[in-house]
Design a protein around this ligand. Structure first.
Ligand SMILES: Cc1cc2nc3c(=O)[nH]c(=O)nc-3n(C[C@H](O)[C@H](O)[C@H](O)COP(=O)(O)OP(=O)(O)OC[C@H]3O[C@@H](n4cnc5c(N)ncnc54)[C@H](O)[C@@H]3O)c2cc1C
Length: 399
């Protein structure tokens, strides 16, 4: 049932209350001197279809762009010091980062060269990534079949799994405790006069005036942007996740292994997780989570069993489909104010790496809203202007 906002006007209205809406909302409450009234509008408080509910919750330092590495470094710092960031409140749990690392496998000389270059960038920034030859991989992880593999990048520091669901819960809880108002409602329209957003119109009919607004509506961010007259290069794309049990479990953690086929797999507690895209990967409708159940046997299992022969006997335990908010321009985040309509802020297009970026990007957007500038990390490479110019901010390491 739709809820009515307490006031007719807010300093900041946030459209979408999943990890991004909640990260920005919570960070706003942490900005010294910022006293604004903040409203978060969420159309589905069960978050059933949100990417935040379907995520694989992994973090990596292995990016090719310096800013993406720095964003992940802050992500790891935030995870390690979660309770302290949340004000040392006794109810706040500690978060653990299970650093079994990512393992990017290369079958071509060209990709091995790309990995070596990325390794140098990462190492210069303090990340522990190593380039490993096939022999070195075999010595440390004897379970892989490596006949076709030239080498890999691997990193065992601040890279692996963390509990993103708990992080999301506490962003939301603490934002609320600090005075942010959340309502169950839907934004159906936006009123703009020239270069200013005036208000949003809710499904229940109320018109809510706003000083600034944030588009953190996930895949539906396209619709929210369009209400203000802007286009976003974002499509909902299906991504499969499978949980399986192995008759012969590995004797050590399986790093998040990115097979050259694009399929990835990793340790998941006493089970294993695999994921990837279907061969045919069109944009789908927002609520279309229909699965092709044949894909497990026809596509995923053969790749998994080829790469790790010990996984010939495995049993599927669970599966789900989530939607990436797939940025068709460059698969990188689109963050910050519109260049002309500067009280409209984007938080969109995170594709497959949004969860781990939510601490740093939420903080950056809160700084921009509170002070009109980035104060911690310079997020200008993610500006919306590049969409208007058709310029890509390419990241070589995407999943
Ligand atoms: C299968 C899968 C695996 C992933 N794995 C990883 C991973 O390992 N590591 C990582 O970092 N990232 C990962 N991601 C990406 C990450 O989960 C997303 O980038 C992140 O959750 C996006 O959060 P969001 O808040 O932007 O969007 P969402 O979680 O999609 O939330 C958007 C919210 O906006 C609401 N909304 C939409 N329109 C309106 C409206 N008009 N009015 C009110 N509310 C509205 C929706 O109901 C929804 O709750 C994965 C994603 C998927 C799908």
């Amino acid at each position: 049932m739709a809820e009515t906002p307490k006031y007719a006007s807010y300093d900041v209205v946030i459209v979408g209350g999943a990890i991004y809406g909640s990260s920005v909302a919570w960070w706003l409450t942490q900005m010294p001197g910022f006293q604004g009234r903040v409203l978060v509008i969420e159309r589905d408080p069960t978050y059933e279809n949100a990417a935040t509910s379907h995520t694989n919750s992994c973090i990596r330092q292995q990016f090719s762009n310096e800013i993406n590495v720095r964003i992940s470094q802050f992500g790891a710092e935030f995870i390690h010091n979660f309770r302290s960031f949340m004000g040392d409140h006794p109810d706040v749990p500690q978060l653990t980062l299970q650093s079994y690392g990512y393992m990017y496998l290369a079958v071509t000389d060209a990709f091995a060269q790309t990995l070596r270059e990325s390794q140098r960038t990462q190492a210069q920034l303090g990340a522990a990534t190593r380039f490993m030859t096939a022999d070195e991989i075999a010595a440390e992880y004897p379970f892989y079949q490596l006949d076709d593999i030239i080498g890999a990048n691997h990193n065992l520091v601040n890279e692996g799994y963390f509990d993103g669901g708990t992080m999301f819960d506490w962003f939301r809880k603490m934002a609320r405790r600090n005075g942010v108002e959340y309502i169950h409602n839907e934004v159906l329209d936006i009123t703009r006069t020239g270069n200013r957003i005036d208000s949003v119109t809710l499904k229940s009919g109320e018109v809510v005036a706003c000083g600034q607004m944030v588009n953190s509506a996930g895949t539906r961010g396209v619709l929210t942007a369009r209400m203000a007259g802007f286009e976003l290069p974002i499509e909902p794309r299906r991504r499969y996740t499978f949980i399986f049990d192995a008759a012969h479990p590995l004797d050590r953690d399986l790093p998040l292994t990115i097979d050259p086929s694009g399929i990835h797999m990793r340790t998941d507690g006493r089970y294993y997780m695999a994921g990837g895209a279907p061969d045919d990967d069109p944009a789908v409708y927002y609520d279309d989570f229909a699965a092709d159940h044949a894909l497990w046997e026809s596509k995923f299992w053969p790749v998994i069993a080829n790469r790790i022969p010990q996984f010939e006997e495995i049993k599927l335990i669970n599966m789900w489909i989530g939607h990436y908010d797939f940025n068709t321009l460059d698969q990188n985040a689109i963050i910050g104010p519109h260049p002309e309509v500067s009280n409209f802020h984007f938080a969109n297009g995170f594709s497959g790496h949004g969860l781990q970026q939510s601490p740093a990007l939420g903080r950056g957007l809160a700084e921009m809203i509170a002070y009109g500038e980035y104060r911690s990390l310079d997020l200008t490479p993610f500006y919306y202007d590049r969409v208007l110019r058709g310029e890509k901010f390419l990241e070589k390491a995407v999943i």
